[in-house]
Design a protein around this ligand. Sequence first.
Ligand code: ADP
Ligand code: MG
Length: 470
Amino acid sequence: MTTSEQDRWSRVKGRLRSTVGEDVYTSWFARMDLEGVQDESVRLSVPTRFLKSWIQAHYAERVLSCWQAEMPEVHRIDLTVRTAVRPVAPPKEAPAPVEVRRAPAPELRSTATAPVSASHDALGGSPLDPRLTFASFVVGRSNTLAHAAARQVAEGRRGDPVMFNPLYIHAGVGLGKTHLLQAVTWAGNSGNERKVLYLTAEKFMYGFVAALKTQTALAFKEALRGIDVLVIDDLQFLQGKSTQAEFCHTLNALIDAGRQVVIAADRPPSDLESLDDRVRSRLAGGLVVEMGSLGEELRLGILKSRVAAARAHHATFDVPEEVLTYLARAITHNGRDLEGAINRLLAHSKLNNQPVTLEMAEREVRDLIRPSEPKRIKIEDIQRVVARQYNVSRSDLLSSRRTANVVRPRQVAMYLAKTLTLRSLPEIGRRFGGRDHTTVLHAVRKIEALVNKDTALSEEVESLKRQLQE
Ligand code: ADP
Ligand code: MG
């Protein structure tokens, strides 16, 4: 890269900083690098996928116009993710081994659970389930990275540099978020060296609100700030302005003090609609990992681990291999149902004093077998698939360009976002380059009306839906 390019880049950054303000600039652009300039396009890179999609969704035009102010010939910004800088690659890009293995047993530290519970409870933590440890967590393709990151966090010692902060894990219901978070809490506390506090978002809210009422908010804050690792589960339930403000303070205070924060939610930070931008940016500044749905092998592994756990108390209980295979195949996605199935078989065989058979299993778990759940569709997927179909770029969809070849695909994409996801109109607007909700509504109505009379369009829309549901 030439020095003149570097100089330009510094000036562009200066412009950006003054248009978006210092706070926004540091949150989003501080880690953006210039990779090169070629003809009309500028290549920029950021360290995480989340930063990339956020900048594309919200600041694409601002970045472009800052460049154009320096170099009018620039017409395109290509934003990429700098892979080399990331400590660990996201799961989709790093095909993990398919084989399913048991998590290695935790180190033999003091594993007496009672004192851990007691000190944890004294801090006001949410109840912990003694079964949810690393030892009982089965590692497979969909959770390799989340598991590795969680172990890394759990093995840290007081004063160690923090590798990724916060560690943010997201996944659908029953895919092991709570299990992993509690495993971190058990493992961390069992060394008795660090204080690890596990809180559900509800508990955080309740704790805070209750503390305010009894005017011990200060004590609550102090307690929170005295811990080494804060683990918050189900962040999507965090609601209310004052709770959020407090959450934001706590998060900042802990991270700035070099304490570890671990968070789980059912969606990525970008989809936490009720949180404000600064919290979201802070959340995305660490490592964001998704756990995918449980594959069949992983389900089989979990079933086996459950049976082994049950056998510790019920030595005569056994589940034949063919029953396990059947269950792993029939029960999809949700870890809770796997656990429920084993519990039922256990109860049934105990109460009736009968061995477990395939017939028994089929009868007992019938209601746990559901048609496979519809896939969780993301706005990014919609934008990607629509962009591909209409041969435009995703940033075209997010841009303010009003040429027909972009306007129609954009409307279709917004329509699909409204009909295939649970996102609100304002949220969809935000994800389409910061548009107003009325614009989204207009697009939705427009396409709704058109698909009824325009068969070509209606076929296009159907084909897009199929591609998204695959
Ligand atoms: P979530 O919090 O994501 O909704 P949970 O952590 O409560 O899900 O998991 C639901 C059930 O599935 C629990 O009984 C959990 O122990 C089990 N489970 C999920 N993933 C795994 C795994 N990888 N290994 C062992 N058990 C698992
Ligand atoms: Mg949970």
